[in-house]
Design a protein around this ligand. Structure first.
Ligand code: PLP
Length: 415
């Protein structure tokens, strides 16, 4: 049956509900975005049927001529966007991309130095429950109480632990990452520099955040956050030897057949990024995040590091009687989706936390600008100021649904 509604009404209606949720709520999770219908069309294409183990023009299966064409296109576009020589577009996710970097360049037990999860790093940067903390000997740097990385301290830690790889990049860091400084630290201890730009890649692509090239030896990213593409990962480098090792680490090291339909969708997203309008999007993402930080500050909320240089704002409730979990739930009831987050000087458990992370990429993709972000930021403060007033949360939910309805991102006929 060609029609999902008729073939499987249960799944169809769940998807309809999710579409409504994404449309009616204000999605402000910093790692989420709205990909275009063109990207989704490529993801839903016949390439999902195809096995293409190997790399373009060197496959283990027949019938790969079109898989070759689309993967090569994705690679060429990725290299053009980031100004690098090699890209592997096959990682199924950001975590797998990071796993491949370690598998390619380290042996079990080797030392890695990454950002502490509770300070804004990612699980795959050496956290104990992740393969990165289990298979390797992980050391950590963090942020100071001012919410910023102290590069002199990172240097000190690196000199003490002598890591084989230094990971820079974060999931919850609102300030620019100084890749040049990290290069100096890596050089001082003879480490490989690995930049994970999953969160900021869309800004880097637009020149709105400094590039990790030429400083990092290897760079990974997800393709679904600020890059606004399909869910997936990617690995880039300028070093031919590293590129060869990475390719073997992804296939046959960690993965089997690539998701050619997702690779096709990555190619489509990369074309959108190469369009001059991408720069406007990235600039607007930053401008909108700045408005969030300014309004929240004006209304008496503590912004970690005092503001933002990128797409996200970390709000601290260390001096408030409620937790990140409380704020996350209250905002959810008001139709605003965020996530709870630990903050520097954290006093609560990682399940409760004393902060929230708020991002601008998804609402910016819907066309919202400073004016709407000012309204939304004030509503966020209204909710937080009255964290127990469920009637007010319901009222704000209605008002924001009205606001959201003016910014249609998918029209129903797309699906
Ligand atoms: N790296 C960073 C910095 C991230 O923030 C994330 C996701 O949140 C990842 C890697 C992992 O990406 P994925 O969820 O696709 O495995």
């Amino acid at each position: 049956n060609a029609n999902l509604e008729q073939a499987d009404n249960e799944v169809f209606s769940i998807i309809e509900n999710e579409l409504k949720r994404q449309t009616n709520h204000l999605e402000m999770i910093a790692s989420e975005n709205f990909t275009s219908p063109a990207v989704m069309q490529a993801m839903g294409s016949v390439f999902t049927n195809k096995y293409a183990e190997g790399y373009p023009y060197k496959r283990y299966y027949g019938g790969c001529e079109f898989a070759d064409a689309v993967e090569q296109l994705a690679i060429d576009r990725a290299c053009k966007i980031f100004g690098c020589s090699y890209a592997n577009v096959q990682p199924h996710s950001g975590s797998q991309a990071n796993g491949a970097v370690y598998a390619a360049l380290l042996s079990a037990g080797d030392k890695i130095l990454g950002m502490d999860l509770s300070h804004g790093g990612h699980l795959t940067h050496g956290s104990k429950p992740s393969f990165s903390g289990k298979n390797y000997s992980a050391f950590y740097y963090g942020v100071e109480l001012d919410g910023r990385i102290n590069y002199d301290k990172v240097m000190e830690i690196a000199k003490i632990c002598q890591p084989k790889i230094i990971v820079c990049g974060a999931s919850a860091y609102a300030r620019e990452i100084d890749f040049k400084k990290f290069r100096e630290i890596a050089d001082a201890v003879g480490a490989i520099l690995f930049a994970d730009i999953a969160h900021i890649a869309g800004l880097v692509a637009a020149g709105e955040h400094p590039s990790p090239f030429p400083y990092a030896d290897v760079v990974t990213t997800t393709t679904h956050k600020t890059l606004r593409g399909p869910r997936g990962g990617m690995i880039m480098t300028n070093d031919e030897e590293i590129a060869k090792k990475i390719n073997s680490a992804i296939f046959p090291g960690l993965q089997g057949g690539p998701l050619v339909h997702v690779i096709a969708a990555k190619a489509v997203a990369f074309k959108e990024i190469l369009d001059p309008s991408w720069k406007d999007y990235a600039k607007q993402v930053k401008a909108n995040a700045k408005v969030l930080a300014q309004v929240l500050t004006k209304r008496g909320y503590d912004i970690v590091s005092g503001g933002t240089d990128n797409h996200l704002v970390l709000v601290s409730f260390l001096n408030k009687p409620f937790s990140g979990k409380d704020a996350d739930a209250a905002l959810g009831n008001a139709g605003i989706t965020v996530n709870k987050n630990t903050v520097p000087g954290e006093t609560r458990s990682p399940f409760i936390t004393s902060g929230i992370r708020i991002g601008s990429p998804a609402l910016t993709a819907r066309g919202m600008k400073e004016k709407e972000f000012e309204i939304i930021a004030n509503k966020i403060c209204d909710v937080l100021d009255n964290i127990e007033d469920t009637n007010l949360h319901a009222k704000i939910n209605k008002e924001l649904e009205e606001l959201a309805s003016n910014f249609v991102i998918y029209n129903q006929s797309t699906f």
